[in-house]
Design a protein around this ligand. Structure first.
Ligand SMILES: *[C@@H]1O[C@H](CO)[C@@H](O)[C@H](O)[C@H]1NC(C)=O
Ligand SMILES: *[C@@H]1O[C@H](CO)[C@@H](O)[C@H](O)[C@H]1NC(C)=O
Ligand SMILES: *[C@@H]1O[C@H](CO)[C@@H](O)[C@H](O)[C@H]1NC(C)=O
Ligand SMILES: *[C@@H]1O[C@H](CO)[C@@H](O)[C@H](O)[C@H]1NC(C)=O
Ligand SMILES: *[C@@H]1O[C@H](CO)[C@@H](O)[C@H](O)[C@H]1NC(C)=O
Ligand SMILES: *[C@@H]1O[C@H](CO)[C@@H](O)[C@H](O)[C@H]1NC(C)=O
Ligand SMILES: *[C@@H]1O[C@H](CO)[C@@H](O)[C@H](O)[C@H]1NC(C)=O
Ligand SMILES: *[C@@H]1O[C@H](CO)[C@@H](O)[C@H](O)[C@H]1NC(C)=O
Length: 398
């Protein structure tokens, strides 16, 4: 299972011109007191893990099969029964949603099925279906996910979403079983004290053996992470690609990216290790940043890898280090991008199309590149003076 979860309290607020005007942080405009009892419910994961769906997925409306090719505009749709989605789009259907309002009440009676197959998710898109969603307003209660994508070749493009959820284990966007979600727009992810167990802004992991192929693409978005412990992006037990284009990220933790020899438990309450899954492997995260100004650190654990490429007038302020054991972090800069160091830093790979490295602002710190990586042969084990008084030197990170 590869799960890409935007955890618990994703509350994007988006503003676009047409039918729906999606403004305002949902946590400010929704009546949170009315949902206090719902939020107080604790997710019940203490049930037998199911590895297959025990019933057909049900929905108020279902579009199934490649002959379904339609678009649904300006509608309000709802579901109130347990284990019932508002909408299922499956089996290769091509259904676009524009300016729709989706309202979901009702519980999932099996949280494993909810997590693995999107049982009870408000909008559940599955099995090679492709959907373009524009300006959608999804409110869910009783722990239902907002938008769920499942299965290889399932691709959900989201441009403008206003998502609110209450109840146990409610996720904003959730991709599982290799599903892909591509979100565009201004998303404000605000941590809410109503929810426990928020682990990161975006969590990309595999919960069996390590898979590759997960990808995350965020553009023109603002992500605010108000919890002091959580990184913006967390990768565990996967090989994954991410692109961040025109993105603003604010973290209280000061950590942008974690790659770990770990996975997230289905409760999303802690980072699990070998004792929970002895098929774990280190994570490899390949991240391309463009047109963004970012502040925060990169942290790799126990043989994990982070490749961090700054392109297209990006600037990054931060450092990179090991959380535990051996780490592999590569930083590459194009000549339009800059890196401002905030500590002495050792990277496994360092590449820069500005070969005199004038785009690294050292602040007096030392940037060490690992002599053992072939990516650094262009430096020929030279020491280079950096602006701000520090220098780029050969060395050994691990
Ligand atoms: C989204 O829909 C919910 C439920 O209908 C409503 O309460 C909320 O105001 C809507 N949000 C916006 C931004 O219109
Ligand atoms: C859905 O939107 C995409 C992108 O605009 C378009 O290529 C596709 O034809 C649309 N499909 C339907 C059924 O409207
Ligand atoms: C829906 O699920 C909730 C929580 O499990 C349960 O309390 C309620 O009785 C269920 N409703 C129906 C109609 O089965
Ligand atoms: C999608 O495929 C899975 C695996 O074959 C199946 O269990 C599930 O019921 C399918 N989803 C829908 C909505 O039919
Ligand atoms: C996800 O990808 C893995 C590896 O390619 C494959 O074995 C698995 O069947 C895929 N799962 C789904 C639900 O498509
Ligand atoms: C990293 O993974 C280990 C288990 O392998 C876990 O104990 C630790 O909490 C994780 N830390 C982070 C920040 O992911
Ligand atoms: C580190 O990885 C090794 C496997 O290489 C594993 O046995 C060990 O439990 C991991 N330790 C942590 C803290 O993740
Ligand atoms: C370092 O560069 C090598 C050679 O190009 C590459 O295989 C490896 O993935 C890179 N590692 C990191 C951490 O960027």
């Amino acid at each position: 299972m590869v799960a890409i979860g935007v955890l618990l309290s994703l509350m994007p607020c988006l503003q676009f011109g047409y039918g729906l005007t999606l403004t305002g942080d949902p946590s400010l405009t929704m009546d949170l007191t009315a949902d206090a009892a719902d939020n107080a419910l604790v997710a019940d994961w203490d049930i037998t893990v199911v590895l297959y769906l025990q019933q057909d997925l049900e929905a108020t409306v279902e579009y199934s099969g490649s002959s379904e090719s339609t678009s649904i505009d300006d509608e309000t749709l709802s579901a109130t029964a347990n284990d019932t989605s508002v909408m299922i789009i499956t089996a290769g259907a091509d259904v676009n949603l524009t300016d729709d309002t989706i309202v979901k009440h009702g519980y999932s009676t099996n949280l494993w099925e909810a997590s693995f197959w999107g049982l009870n998710a408000a909008v559940n898109i599955q099995n090679t279906s492709i959907s373009y969603i524009t300006d959608i307003n999804v409110t869910t209660h009783n722990g239902a996910a907002n938008i769920y994508a499942y299965g290889s070749e399932t691709v959900v493009h989201i441009d403008g979403a206003w998502l609110y959820s209450s109840g146990p284990a409610a996720h904003g966007l959730y991709a599982s079983g290799n599903g892909t979600i591509i979100a565009t727009g201004t998303a404000t992810i605000s941590d809410s004290t109503l929810y426990a167990g928020l682990l990161a802004g975006f969590v990309i992991f595999s919960s069996s053996e390590r898979y590759s192929g997960a990808s995350l693409s965020i553009s023109s978005s603002t992500i605010d992470l108000l919890n002091e412990d959580i990184p913006a992006l967390w990768f565990g037990n996967v090989i994954a690609d991410a692109t961040l284009d025109d993105v603003v990220i604010t973290t209280e933790s000061g950590i942008l990216v974690v790659a770990n020899y770990s996975q997230v438990t289905q409760e999303f309450d802690y980072y699990a290790g070998y004792s929970d899954n002895n098929a774990l492997s280190p994570a490899e995260a390949y991240i391309i940043v463009s047109d963004s100004t970012l502040t925060g650190d990169l942290v790799a654990y126990n043989e994990s890898l982070i490749s961090w490429s700054l392109t297209d007038s990006s600037s990054w302020t931060g450092t990179a280090y090991s959380g535990y054991g051996t780490y592999y972090i590569g930083v590459s800069l194009d000549s339009t991008s800059t890196w401002t160091l905030t500590a002495d830093t050792c990277v496994y790979n360092f590449t820069d199309t500005d070969t005199s490295v004038t785009n690294v602002k050292s602040g007096g710190y030392t940037l060490t590149y690992d002599k053992s990586s072939s990516a650094n042969t262009w430096l020929d084990e030279k020491t280079v003076s950096l602006s701000g008084g520090g220098s780029l030197v050969p060395g050994t990170c691990n």
